[in-house]
Design a binder for this molecule. Structure first.
Ligand SMILES: [Zn+2]
Length: 189
């Protein structure tokens, strides 16, 4: 996501003392960067959608047909709600360290309140809210900046086309040439 005043001002907290509700604040070299209140708002939006879908887990959603952009213009079926819930959890697991993820799981996934989390993780109330704010900011930024499929804006995730650029391989392991990849199976008697 390209951060501008226009897309951050609507997400900013009006009473934020850091950005005065503008969503952007000055950083080094006179450049502007989104305020933490913007990232927290993004996280809360994604989290609310996650909770909504998780609550409907018993009612499996319908499949949706998606169009792939690219030379062949294929179409594919998917279960967007289930994918969103899985992406929300998997991205959080990848971004947070073990300690942060434990707190994230207790509070956001399992729904433990601050008293229970403090008792379970041996921390005081101030530390708990400080850590929660930090987790929200980190995840909010990642959810919006994730490539190629960001979890925010939700309209892009649920309505966006699948990008399939020719000549670009998204696999981490390079594919072997066809001749080497072929496995010779022994002939059965
Ligand atoms: Zn702010």
């Amino acid at each position: 996501m390209q951060w501008t005043r226009s897309n951050s001002i609507g997400l900013a907290k009006a009473s934020c003392t850091h950005c005065q509700g503008l969503g952007m604040h000055l950083v080094r070299d006179g450049r502007e960067a989104p305020c933490d209140c913007v990232f927290r708002a993004i996280f809360r939006t994604c989290f609310n959608r996650f909770r909504e879908f998780a609550a409907q887990a018993d009612h499996t959603g319908t499949v949706s047909l998606e169009f792939c952009r690219g030379r062949d213009g294929r179409r594919t079926y998917s279960r967007k709600r289930e994918e969103y819930v899985a992406d929300f959890c998997l991205v959080s697991r990848r971004v947070l360290d073990d300690y942060e993820h434990r707190l994230f799981r207790f509070h956001f996934v399992l729904g433990a309140d601050w008293r229970l989390c403090c008792r379970q993780l041996q921390m005081d109330r101030g530390t708990f809210f400080h850590e929660i704010y930090r987790i929200e900011q980190r995840l909010g930024r990642v959810f919006a900046e994730l490539e190629p499929y960001a979890l925010y804006p939700l309209s892009d995730y649920f309505g966006g086309l699948i990008r399939k650029e020719p000549g670009r391989c998204l696999l981490a392991v390079p594919l072997q040439p066809r001749s080497e990849a072929r496995v010779e199976l022994p002939l059965s008697a």
